[in-house]
Design a protein around this ligand. Sequence first.
Ligand code: NOJ
Length: 535
Amino acid sequence: MALNDPAQQQEWWRHAVTYQVYPRSFADGNGDGIGDIPGITSRLPYLRDLGVDAIWISPFYTSPQHDHGYDVADYCDIDPLFGTLADADALLERAHELGLKVIVDLVPNHTSSEHEWFQAAVAAGPGSHERDRYLFRDAPADGSLPNNWMSVFGGPAWTRVEDGTGDDAQYYLHLFDSSQPDLNWRNPEVGDMFVDVLRFWLDRGVDGFRVDVAHGLFKEEGLRDQRRPEGVDQLRGQSAGESMVERSEVDEPMWDQPEVHDVYRRWHEVLAKYDGDRMFVAEAWTQTPESMARYIRPDEFSQAFNFAWLLADWKADAFRGVITDTLDAVGLVGGSPTWVLSNHDVIRHVTRYGGGELGLARAKAATLTMLALPGSAYLYEGEELGLPEVEVAPEFRQDPLFLRTGEGGRDGCRVPVPWSGTAPPYGFGPGTGQPWLPQPDDWAPLTAEAETGDDASTLEFYRAALAVRRTFATTAGDDVEMLELGEDVVAFRRGPVTCVLNCGTAPVDLPEGRVLMASGPVDGTLPGDTAVWLG
Ligand code: NOJ
């Protein structure tokens, strides 16, 4: 999967480590208990010192916050909770001064129900051009719904317009919360609006976009029923940990339609007119590595998130499969791979891998392995501190997934980051005001302050790993040679670096080489749940 064009090799995002900031949980500048843009700006030196190349900021636009900003009411303004456009400009300027790139989040599949377009659509009534920007359908006479689609957040994907009565009653489609109506991408006004939004942020100097639900935009024409075998909760499987293989059995008339690729070809052209290698990365939960790779053909996205590892169990053969399948698939289109273990939608990987000391050891080992691979890596705020998933009490939960179903939800990975001190709010904001989600009482050893300078800490491990990665990330090439070192072992050589991960319990012999970096103690042999880089 070598990239032959030297000019392409130089594009910064191909080898970048990008740190995801979930704004309400990162750092609170004004003490209202909710993170904000000035808070992010104040912590940029920390991120520069951590050694990342870029930050991706989850949505900070005007929003009623039913899905914490993934319900956008105005794509070209900042929600007062998070600050102002001037604050965003200041953040961009400071980040660039520090040599950090900034990626913002774009949410094109749906707007907020408080977006002026949706308000106008409801007011205008059936048959209007305002309603044609969304997916309104007449209420069937038999009292059923327009089709059998389910919301990703539980319950039907259709909500009846409140004042729709009698003959002109209509439902609108929302693949997520009812406050997130899906746009009709077959209406050209929608595409034009998003090109304007892209230009608005590119003109302000952003370096790229993370595109939310990039596989969603178009639905199969006719909105036919989904074929759904009894008992299979297919839509929600996308964040519930189903494997790629299981998902390939699934019928999905609402996702990954061929028309969506024309949108990204158009956006590619828009970005190409700007200087400085502007990029865009797709959040596309597709069924196979090959369908993921279609989003990164040379005239489409720069990158797509590769969720395969994040969905894999702690098993060497699963990880080996993810690596080879990913490299093969991106190789088909000459693209570069991405790797990610945690984000704001999934259980933190320390906890996924068993929690406690074992979970942390495995999390560090998986991280080290991911960071040795070619391509770019995405980190999620707090993973560098070794934060576990938090069991948030039901009365504090805010995720619409929980509110619609009464179970699960993603609040546990969104608990505000602990910065300093020995008790909540751990320096999250000024003063002692408590943050929007309660932090555990036992997080004092996990603050950035407590971990700084402690060689045994997760933070110093990340700093060291990112520093060593810098020495080979852009020069080691993209070819990966898988090595056979045993059933429980993932091993590969990339240029001068050999990476070995032991997923088993018995120690394994290491190949020749000097230890460049290890996720735990290594003494001649490699203990279980540990990874090492040799050079
Ligand atoms: C994916 C985002 O990552 C998630 O947080 C959000 O709820 C959905 N898209 C809907 O926008």
